[in-house]
Design a protein around this ligand. Structure first.
Ligand code: G6P
Length: 477
């Protein structure tokens, strides 16, 4: 395989391994928006994607899939436990989400994180052509930019951080706070979801490394006494809005939405929550507010149903096991207290669904509840809005999501304020059609104009600009 001009490096490959009816193994494109967004770019550039195939100890040779060259990085069971479940999801994830759960700091996990990051960097360095571009994705791979620059100084390197970057007071807990900042600063362009995340990062760099920062530029001193510039700024990610709209128009998806409503007993209002089962999502706060509204009689079980899809996630990490127990206890308490033979307060589904079914659910829902305590972006908010082609429906959206910065016409809430959340749910349930229309039109305009294709184009352009600026400053010196 010739080397690629554009290489994406992410913890996961853009495909899932599936077992067919006769036990045969095959690959299927993963459902995520990032994968869909990059598909045309990868095809045009004969791009390559370096990532983990998603199962421990699975050794797979590089292969081509729908126009992209896939380079699997194998992780042993130990790597999965220490690098993925440990350092990525039990240290960085809780720390970067404002310590909602307690981060655990283990030197063994850190060593594995360094080792595995080095493997990803090595695989990317072998896959990319001379003077090529590498785009690293997310918190599992924060050391890759620096490692890659050391291996291949000819490259243009980008890094996009999909989750929040915390305030310095929290970030400074990290025993390896210096190494992580230095790792990220290996990139030419470092992208964040929100302006505030980029600001937190620049502040950490100033406080910890004493490097100079000006607007989005960070001056990084080099060993030979010269300097280079890393640029850190916000690039809010989005969804492939047109594919959601296309699904929302399909007659069979609309029929399925009607079927869902009917199967719930045609309640007057359907409320919906869709999340990975994660402690950052504020599912417990949502249930508390909803349960109290029912207990106080402000909502009646005959009139409303909350559908809560909680897709299984990181099930071997202790904090996730505990969360599942808590949520399932709460759901069954509320249902036990208020259900009737014919009506259920909460339809709880610990399952993942294909995109068609999700769109049918969005179409069936009068109110979408996004109550995250901290969330890099929250794409579900954007997906709901994109599918509401009739400009009806209400989005209740936590201020603590990246999406909230762009979606001022949602009903914005502080999930910690349970009374405020209850009032906002009531307001959403009772909102007149005209006001729904005004708000939904504004929300849809933003999401449709700024889709994930625009996002990836802007990021790739920023990398190309960085390359030109660096070439110019080299000729100038
Ligand atoms: C978040 C992260 C992604 C991650 C996804 C699913 O959205 O930003 O990097 O892939 O969660 O989590 P998982 O651990 O299953 O990859």
């Amino acid at each position: 395989m010739p080397q690629a001009d554009l290489v994406v490096v992410a913890n996961r490959l853009p495909v899932d391994r599936v077992t067919g009816p006769d036990g045969e193994q095959a690959w299927r494109r993963s459902p995520g928006g990032l994968v869909t967004a990059l598909e045309p770019v990868m095809r045009q550039n004969h791009g390559a994607w370096v990532g983990w195939p998603g199962q421990a100890d699975l050794e797979v040779e590089p292969f081509d899939f729908e126009g992209t060259h896939l380079v699997p990085v194998s992780l042993s069971a130990d790597d999965v436990e220490l690098y993925y479940e440990g350092f990525s999801n039990d240290t960085i994830w809780p720390l970067y989400h404002d310590v909602i759960a307690e981060p655990r700091y283990s030197r063994l996990w850190w060593d594995a994180y360094v080792r595995v990051n080095r493997r990803f960097a090595g695989a990317a360095a072998s896959a990319v052509a001379y003077n090529g571009t590498v785009w690293v994705q997310d918190y599992q791979l924060q050391l890759v930019p620096k490692m890659l620059r050391e291996l291949r100084p000819d490259l243009t390197i980008g890094y996009f951080h999909h989750i929040p970057f915390p305030a310095y007071g929290l970030y400074s807990q990290l025993p390896w706070r210096r190494q992580v900042l230095e790792g990220l600063l290996g990139a030419d362009v470092i992208g964040f979801q929100r302006v505030a995340d980029a600001g937190n990062f620049a502040r950490a760099v100033r406080r910890q490394l004493r490097f100079e920062t000006k607007a989005s530029g960070i001056t990084v001193p080099l060993a030979d006494g010269s300097t280079r510039v890393a640029r850190a700024r916000a690039f809010p990610i989005s969804i492939d809005a047109s594919s959601y709209i296309e699904l929302a128009h399909r007659p069979e998806v609309r029929a399925r939405a009607a079927e869902i409503r009917a199967s719930l007993g045609n309640p007057r209002k359907i409320l919906l929550g869709v999340d990975r089962l994660d402690y950052t999502k504020g599912i417990g706060h949502r249930l508390k507010a909803y349960g109290e509204l029912l207990a106080e009689g402000r909502l009646k079980v005959e009139d409303v149903t909350l559908v809560q899809v909680a897709s299984p996630s990181r099930e071997r990490v202790e904090a996730y096991m505990q969360l599942r127990d808590e949520i399932e206890l709460t759901v069954s308490r509320i249902n036990g207290d208020v259900d009737t033979m014919g009506h259920s307060a909460i339809r709880y589904l610990h399952q993942g669904y294909p995109r068609e079914e999700m769109v049918a659910l969005f179409l069936a829902a009068d109110v979408m509840l996004v109550t995250a305590l901290r969330d890099g972006m929250n794409l579900v908010a954007k997906e709901y809005v994109a599918t509401r082609t009739d400009n009806r429906g209400v989005l209740v959206l936590s201020e603590f999501t990246g999406a909230s910065d762009e979606m001022g016409s949602a009903i914005r809430i502080n999930p910690h304020d349970i009374e405020g959340l209850k009032d906002s749910i009531m307001r959403a349930v009772e909102m007149p059609g005209a006001e729904q229309g005004r708000r939904m039109r504004a929300l849809r305009r933003r999401v449709l104009e700024h889709d994930v294709e625009a996002w990836s184009r802007e990021f790739l352009q920023a990398m190309a600009r960085a390359r030109r600026e660096d070439a110019n400053s080299e000729t100038a010196t």
